[in-house]
Design a protein around this ligand. Structure first.
Ligand SMILES: C[S@@+](CC[C@H](N)C(=O)[O-])C[C@H]1O[C@@H](n2cnc3c(N)ncnc32)[C@H](O)[C@@H]1O
Length: 233
């Protein structure tokens, strides 16, 4: 896979993108606007989302749960069904605010929100489960081991990890985004502003092996087209 070295400017640009994108982030998940790829693609997408949800239900993230890069709360709301106590970390105040509004509208207990940069933050509490959705793909290779060390530091003995992420599929992203081969992609907002983000796609078996070398037991699988689902301990 072609790689460019990642610098702090790129991580800042990635965060700036998500801050600016907060009002339109859900268009991606809901397959509307520039993410609408037609009726069948939308149907397939939501069938696969339901598959991920069932996997998360089977995983049942009970006890003290930590969500990393929680975003606007699609998964936060799901985690709240199981978690005894939920902590949601994100660096963007704009997405945290949308997360809060969603949780309130759904009449769900609010998580403890932590606004923090995951490339610097360290947990101070031990959690029974750690969840991250569509975050691992935004972690540069240089930060991969440190990120998983953060996850390890966050877990109580016997703690478990669940993650979901994107597979490389051109229809997953907006129709005016080009999926390059490298780890850095250009993303556009509805107003035309452009930002660079890190986006790394994983082969499930290679990811399992990489995690095994870091001391994890991981099972990683894919849905038919769009998603990667991982569990680790
Ligand atoms: C692809 S979104 C995923 C959001 C959510 N997990 C979901 O599945 O809908 C990535 C999230 O990472 C957050 N983020 C970006 N850079 C970050 C950083 N350095 N530290 C913490 N969060 C960051 C963004 O604000 C955004 O909410």
């Amino acid at each position: 896979m072609a790689r460019e070295p990642v610098d702090r400017d790129l991580l800042d640009e990635q965060l700036a993108y998500y801050r600016a994108r907060a009002p339109e982030y859900d268009e991606w998940f809901l397959r509307t606007g520039r993410y609408d790829r037609g009726v069948q693609a939308t149907r397939d997408w939501f069938a696969e989302v339901a598959e991920v949800e069932r996997a998360l239900d089977r995983f049942a993230p009970r006890g003290q749960v930590l969500e990393l890069a929680a975003g606007t709360g699609w998964w936060t709301a799901r985690l709240a069904r199981y978690a005894g106590a939920l902590t949601a970390v994100d660096a963007s105040p704009e997405t945290i605010e949308r997360n809060r509004v969603r949780m309130k509208a759904m009449n769900l207990a609010l998580p403890t929100y932590v606004q923090a940069d995951l490339f610097a933050w360290q947990p101070v509490v031990a959690y029974d489960a750690v969840f991250f959705g569509f975050w691992l793909s935004h972690v540069p290779e240089e930060h991969f081991a440190a990120f998983w060390q953060l996850v390890r530091n966050a877990l109580a003995p016997g703690g478990r990890v669940f993650f979901v992420d994107s597979r490389r599929d051109p229809q997953s992203t907006a129709h005016d985004h080009v999926l390059d081969d490298g780890d850095v992609q250009w993303r556009r907002l509805n107003d035309g502003r452009r930002f660079r983000v890190v986006k790394r796609f994983y082969d499930p078996l290679e990811l399992e092996e990489t995690l095994r070398r870091l001391g994890w037991q991981a099972v990683v699988r894919t849905t038919a087209r769009y998603f990667l689902i991982g569990e680790a301990s």
